[in-house]
Design a protein around this ligand. Structure first.
Ligand code: PAF
Length: 284
């Protein structure tokens, strides 16, 4: 695996890959890799010949009181995991490389970014779309892979690609979970043993949503009630939102079907966690 810090080196590598008629996949990450990120690599390798992973903790997507300074980082471990899974090139830019002094243009999303994560984290999706747009310009990938755990992010990136006429395919990869159901997240590193136990209420409530759907419940209110019964068992975990929405633009629905997204965000200990399912698929 080759590693770059500079934009010029990335461009050179991409040009060489193109000259060799190789399909290029981009796997954008903020590092502290886990099996969820590595499943993005697996999918990228299935669909392309050359895989570039970026590792960049993007300051633009963190609010002023959020966890930018303590966000977990372990580049030596990331290198080993990425290389072991078949990443061909690792791009690890410095903040000044991505945002040189004077850089001020941003990619501003539309109303889909205003609810849920966008409401809780003002400016977050502007930061995400700006860095992803920059990576798309630098790498000009044929495909890019993103995790379904951040479903609102994935929907917004799809919208950006569509609205800005980008010739690339966005592939959204299912969430990877611990055996007990907890969705993998770099922020799980913040959980102490008690919080780790409490965090199961998120996936537990989603399981309850799926079970209610499997029993024939088709009212969003009925699905939300099934989730509430589980969430009430863990009063120490304040729920930020439960969203029940269609999967394309995340418009809330009153009547659900197998494609409906059910998403939750809650605060466990000091850590904000998110998770979601597609109703017809459950925690799979
Ligand atoms: O999902 C993430 O890890 C980040 O939001 C992303 C897409 C790498 C942009 O910084």
């Amino acid at each position: 695996m080759i590693e770059f810090q500079s934009v010029a080196d990335v461009r050179r590598w991409v040009r060489a890959a193109r000259e060799a008629s190789r399909r290029v996949a981009l796997v954008p990450t903020m590092g502290y890799l886990h099996e969820g990120h590595l499943s993005l690599v697996d999918e990228a390798r299935r669909r392309a010949d050359a895989v570039l992973m970026s590792v960049f903790v993007n300051p633009l997507q963190f609010g002023p009181t959020e966890d930018l300074s303590r966000y977990p980082r372990d580049l030596p471990r990331d290198r080993a995991l990425a290389a072991g899974r078949g990443v061909d090139a690792l791009f690890v830019p410095a903040v000044d490389t991505m945002y040189p002094p004077g850089s001020e243009i941003r990619v501003v999303p539309g109303p889909t970014a205003e609810r849920w994560e966008g409401a809780a984290r003002p400016g977050h999706f502007t930061g995400v779309l700006t860095v992803v747009a920059k990576l798309f310009h630098l790498v000009e990938p044929d495909i890019a892979t993103f995790g379904r755990k951040d479903i609102q992010q994935a929907v917004l990136i799809r919208q950006m690609v569509r609205d800005l006429d980008w010739p690339l395919e966005i592939v959204v990869v299912p969430t990877v979970r611990e055996p007990d159901g907890l969705a993998l997240s770099s922020r799980n590193a913040y959980l102490d043993p008690a919080s780790r136990r409490q965090a199961l209420v998120l996936s537990g409530s989603l399981r309850a949503a799926h079970e209610a759907f499997a029993r024939g419940e088709r009212r969003a209110a009925g699905i939300a009630a099934a989730m509430r019964r589980v969430l009430e068992q863990e009063p120490a975990v304040p729920v930020d939102y439960v969203a029940i929405a269609e999967p394309v633009a995340l418009t809330p629905v009153d009547v659900v079907d197998q494609h409906t997204v059910v998403a939750i965000a809650a605060r466990v200990g000091g850590t904000r966690l998110i998770d979601n399912i597609i109703l017809g698929q459950g925690l799979a």
